[in-house]
Design a binder for this molecule. Structure first.
Ligand SMILES: Cc1cc2nc3c(=O)[nH]c(=O)nc-3n(C[C@H](O)[C@H](O)[C@H](O)COP(=O)(O)OP(=O)(O)OC[C@H]3O[C@@H](n4cnc5c(N)ncnc54)[C@H](O)[C@@H]3O)c2cc1C
Length: 298
């Protein structure tokens, strides 16, 4: 066993050469040299310090539901916060660790008669990933419910007020500081009838099932919506519904989704993205920006 691996193993389970395709909902990506699952905040702190001391790059991956990883191997450390999955209710707040599934949390909130997370009940990410992305749906987003974020930055754990997190449409301060780690959040909720919350979540689940290709690997919406017009309308107008490059395909069901129709490579996906961007730019003079994040491209 090499010395680095030996030291890493002190802070949690370590896997070597785990495929990123198994850590992402798109099912695309090369292998990661190391993937570590720290046990708690103390081991997270020691782990980050160790990685930094060795000079390796690191990347947090939640559910990998917004990532397009390249086909190359990642010569660094993936940190997974799967062990950070505790949450509790205090008066009208939920305190949740970053590794919690936002879908499970929204269902728990519903069962406790706490309203606020209904919008998130179909978003397949973690609390940490959803905070990083300011994930949202149905005109609500994480920033509408976030009170504060417990962050690890520059070797220190501290609470940041949501007002300091620079949230806007699918954007947060965390995107400017990829070395910061969201460890937990405090969410403001309001009391509501359980059945009322359940009904809203049920109707939204049906809407999602009817409009999104949930049976195929994807990373959700590929492009951010420009201010003037939704991205899907532009993609529809250039005639790209169902368009394929290799194993990557514009979904027949939702044209702002690109699915892995079988053995898609990252290169296939990105080629299709570039084609769409070019055609939309030519036809409408509008720049489509990626909502999906590219990782490990050189
Ligand atoms: C079928 C489908 C439907 C979707 N629907 C929606 C939707 O309605 N609305 C929406 O906004 N998104 C949607 N998405 C996209 C995705 O679920 C969200 O962007 C989600 O926030 C990503 O969370 P994650 O845990 O999977 O993050 P990942 O994809 O694992 O990571 C995304 C980014 O967050 C960073 N990150 C993750 N955890 C942490 C942490 N603890 N601290 C610091 N950085 C962290 C990662 O390093 C990475 O840069 C959908 C995706 C799919 C596949």
């Amino acid at each position: 066993m090499n010395e680095f691996l030996n030291e890493l193993s002190q802070f949690g389970k370590v896997e070597c050469n785990l495929p990123l395709s198994k850590m992402t909902t798109l099912r695309i990506g090369g292998n990661a040299d190391y993937t570590v699952f720290p046990q708690n905040t103390v081991s997270l702190d020691s782990l980050v310090k160790l990685i930094t001391q060795y000079g390796y790059p690191y990347k947090i991956i939640g559910k990998g539901s917004n990532l397009l990883c390249s086909d190359d191997d990642f010569h660094g450390v993936i940190i997974r916060l799967d062990e950070f999955n505790d949450f509790y209710f205090v008066n009208n707040q939920i305190v949740a660790q970053a590794g919690c599934s936002i879908i499970s949390l929204s269902y728990e909130a519903m069962k406790h008669g706490k309203s606020g997370l209904e919008f998130a009940s179909g978003i397949p990410g973690t609390v940490g990933g959803c905070t990083f992305m300011n994930a949202g749906a149905y005109k609500s987003s994480m920033s509408d419910v976030l009170d504060s974020v417990f962050v690890y930055r520059n070797g220190v754990f501290e609470w940041m007020s949501a007002a300091d997190c620079e949230f806007s449409y699918r954007t947060s301060i965390f995107q400017k500081h990829p070395d910061w780690i969201v460890v937990a959040v405090k969410l403001n909720m309001i009391d509501k009838d359980v059945e009322e919350i359940r009904a809203l979540m049920d109707s939204r689940r049906e809407r999602r099932m009817a409009s999104q290709p949930l049976d195929k690997p994807s990373a959700g919406s590929v492009f951010r919506n420009p201010e003037s017009v939704p991205a899907w309308k532009l993609i529809e107008e250039i005639g790209y519904r169902g368009k394929k490059v290799g194993g990557a395909q514009v979904s027949e069901k939702h044209v702002n989704f690109i699915i892995n129709a079988g053995d898609a490579t990252a290169a296939d996906f990105l080629e299709l993205v570039h084609e769409i961007q070019e055609q939309v730019r030519e036809k409408f003079g509008i720049e489509l920006h990626l909502e999906v994040e590219t990782f490990n491209w050189h």
